[in-house]
Design a protein around this ligand. Structure first.
Ligand SMILES: NC(=O)c1ccc[n+]([C@@H]2O[C@H](COP(=O)([O-])OP(=O)(O)OC[C@H]3O[C@@H](n4cnc5c(N)ncnc54)[C@H](O)[C@@H]3O)[C@@H](O)[C@H]2O)c1
Length: 342
């Protein structure tokens, strides 16, 4: 028997629980003794991610679109905490080139929060994003900028429709907490990577390019863009701690403070995979903000959370997973489409 934890015996709903992050969260909540219900329409999630739990009495899985009549109310029954990760979401190519799909998140999030309130769940933990921060702050690569949570107070300039929906989701939860007493927390994830990640996100796309022997090796932008790629295990740990420790709707950054340039990440991928190729910059392709790194002081203070996995180490683990589990023909088949789709 595993030791008693905060989660032992609690029923949690993980919307979008078949996704990269959602399924890893399910693994960890189950490991802490929770029972999980997952509702996922599998538009980008994969049932395969939940394989080890399917058929066990600790996981209920429903394939359904939460926006369909009756689905969200049924999903909430008996639930203690909702982890809301379902979203119309993709990588940089998707977020820049598609606005209508991510706009559907306004409706999806609003519905999930309203039904959670009606069903009297104790808390909603929302998967928010670094995309809530004003784009105009993030355009100078020479600045040593760390985004602190208060920078979304205004003027607001979120990152595409996707970022606006995440910001409005956070604000809705804060209003629900203040006026209706709903327990709530938002976690602003910063560019997450790791096993089960998909090729529409930069790190996995880089690994996939090496895996399929691409030469020239394309890099979007001029490679000087800065990111703080954050390893999946750290993201999941922070999300669970937010579920335990934040109740007043506070939004907290979950991201490392490591500043990595895209070109340096590419060089590490080439080093670890042994792939040799000429690098071809594609300034015509979407890059997103040029300088995006979190300040994680608030997460340290409120959650006692600190990222444990440095980028070099996380990247090695991710490459190992990718090379062990992927099939070259299958990657060839999906790679180009995945760079701009979900
Ligand atoms: N990956 C990142 O770097 C990152 C960064 C910031 C925030 N996030 C957020 O984390 C969450 C998980 O993202 P992810 O990268 O693991 O993968 P993802 O985008 O594939 O996750 C979304 C999941 O929701 C499901 N879904 C979408 N619409 C649905 C609907 N109407 N009803 C039911 N299920 C639905 C999808 O099938 C998928 O499993 C998302 O909310 C995303 O916006 C991710």
């Amino acid at each position: 028997m595993s030791p008693e934890t905060f989660w032992t015996g609690k029923l949690v709903l993980v919307t979008g629980g078949a996704s990269f992050i959602g399924s890893s969260l399910v693994d960890q909540l189950l490991a802490r003794g929770a029972k999980a219900r997952v509702v996922d329409d599998l538009t980008s999630g994969r049932l395969e991610n939940l394989r080890e739990h399917l058929g066990n009495n600790t996981l209920e899985f429903f394939r359904a679109d939460l926006r369909e009549p009756g689905v969200a109310p049924a999903a909430m029954q008996g639930v203690d905490t909702v982890f809301h990760l379902a979203a119309d979401h993709g990588g940089r190519g998707y977020v820049d080139l598609h606005q209508a799909g991510p706009a559907s998140n306004f409706f999806l999030d609003g519905l999930v929060f309203a039904e959670a309130l009606k069903a009297k769940v104790k808390k909603v933990v929302f998967a928010s994003s670094g995309c809530v921060y004003p784009n105009f702050l993030q355009s100078d690569v020479k600045k040593e900028l760390y985004l602190t949570e208060d920078l979304t107070k205004g003027p607001k300039d979120a990152d595409n429709m996707y970022g606006w929906a995440k910001l409005m989701g956070e604000l809705t939860l804060q209003a629900y907490h203040k006026e209706y007493g709903l327990g709530a927390a938002s976690c602003r994830y910063f560019t997450v990577y790791g096993p089960r990640g998909v090729e529409n996100h930069a790190v996995i796309a880089m690994i996939a390019r090496a895996f399929t022997g691409r030469n020239p090796f394309e890099v979007w932008g001029d490679g000087t863009q800065i990111r703080n790629w954050t390893y999946i295990d750290d993201i999941v740990e922070g999300t669970i701690l937010a579920g335990e420790k934040i109740g007043d709707g506070t939004a907290v950054n979950l991201g490392t403070m490591e500043r990595i340039r895209v070109i340096d990440a590419v060089k590490m991928v080439l080093e670890f995979t042994g792939h040799k190729a000429e690098i071809k910059f594609r300034p015509d392709m979407p890059t997103g903000p040029l300088n995006r790194v979190a300040d994680n002081t608030l997460a340290k203070r409120l959650l006692g959370w600190e990222p444990k996995v440095a980028f070099r180490e996380g990247l090695k683990r991710t490459i190992d997973w990718y090379y062990k589990t992927k099939n070259r023909e299958e990657v060839e088949r999906v790679l180009v489409r995945m760079l701009t789709e979900r």
